[in-house]
Design a protein around this ligand. Sequence first.
Ligand code: SF4
Ligand code: SF4
Ligand code: SF4
Ligand code: FES
Length: 406
Amino acid sequence: MRYVGSYVKCIVDSTRCAKCGFCKLVNICYSPNQCTGCLSCYWSCPYNARRKEEKIEERRLLSIEVDGAKHMVPEGITVKKALELIGYVFTKYPVKRGLSSPCCIGGCWSCAVLINGALERSCITPIEEGMKIETDTSGEEPLRIVHGPEPHSVGGKATPWSEKKRGRYIEVAIWVAGCNLRCPQCQNYSVTYDNSSAPYTPSRAARLITYYRRRYGVNGLAISGGEPTINRRWLIRYFRELRRLNPDEDARLHLDSNGTVLTPDYIDELVEVGCNNIGVEPKGARVETFMEITGIKDRELAEKYLSTSWRAIKYIADNYLDRVYLGVGLPYNPVFMSLEEVAEVGDKIARIDPEIQVCVLDYFPTFRRRDIRRPTPSQMLRVKKVLEETGLKYVIVQTSIGHIGP
Ligand code: SF4
Ligand code: SF4
Ligand code: SF4
Ligand code: FES
């Protein structure tokens, strides 16, 4: 049987390809013989050298089994696409149960289903004749690609300044792959777009970072990314296990997030399992700035992400300041944010609580924005002054000569 439909394919634009090898080593193709249009390479190429092409084609139909029922789907598509054609829905927001696909680049494993009995990512795996797919993964240990641990002497935006200024190792950190945003200047893109490393269970990651805590004699245990929150089952299990392994009051279980999917019920659950240090980075005050910084073109989605991030800051400040050390991050580069907007951001935070720590990151040229310049220390000091004038008491700026704090 055959089926006529519209299919997307990705091809290399040789005029832009820098032969960097990223698509062979880090974000690899899981269907090299027939493009499934998964777009993983399209989003991850650091030189924007992949083009999408849509074509009407007649394709063979394959027989698969999903949750015990037989279906026919066209060849040359992903498991996720096949499930969508059958009627399954994937959400962008992480869910406790059900299907979600926040990154679509193979990093977060949130979209994983059981394929012929093994957990695998539906967003990048090509469909095959006779495949047996099960969508209920609640009995499985979730997986995620993890980098690190490594020791850190400055930590992240929510690492308390009292520790940052010590000038020795203060935290150990892991970084998880996959992000729901598409920042053209992604500051950690080799982790964010990694779909080729072997994934870890939450307990393996928790055990490993705990071992590093002991080895380096620190209290901070951070998880950053990529975006940690987009695989909710994995993250909750990770923090629960981490708290079990680090029950002492000194242990600072630190989540570094863009905040875009940190809904109040998610925050409640994180605090309940032991997370006591949260950094949120709303990327700006205005939706236009958010869209430019994050590469999210869908305005409605951008508005939802931005408002969720700001609401997360307020929710934590209103409900958990006795149990959670909160820090707010702000990316700065004059190319995408004016000092007026910096002042707007400062006002918004100061109205919530002027004592919240704010850490401004000097976004440097990388990934697809190699044309920008890293802000100078004096530009960063100007940003610091603007924020302090709004009433904020703890402003830290990251500069090329180190962190400068209150
Ligand atoms: S990642 Fe992009 S620029 Fe690098 S080799 Fe592949 S297509 Fe070329
Ligand atoms: S990574 Fe996905 S979109 Fe890119 S060539 Fe492979 S199958 Fe096609
Ligand atoms: S939010 Fe962070 S990890 Fe995600 S794309 Fe932007 S810079 Fe990269
Ligand atoms: S959505 Fe498939 S790995 Fe993230």
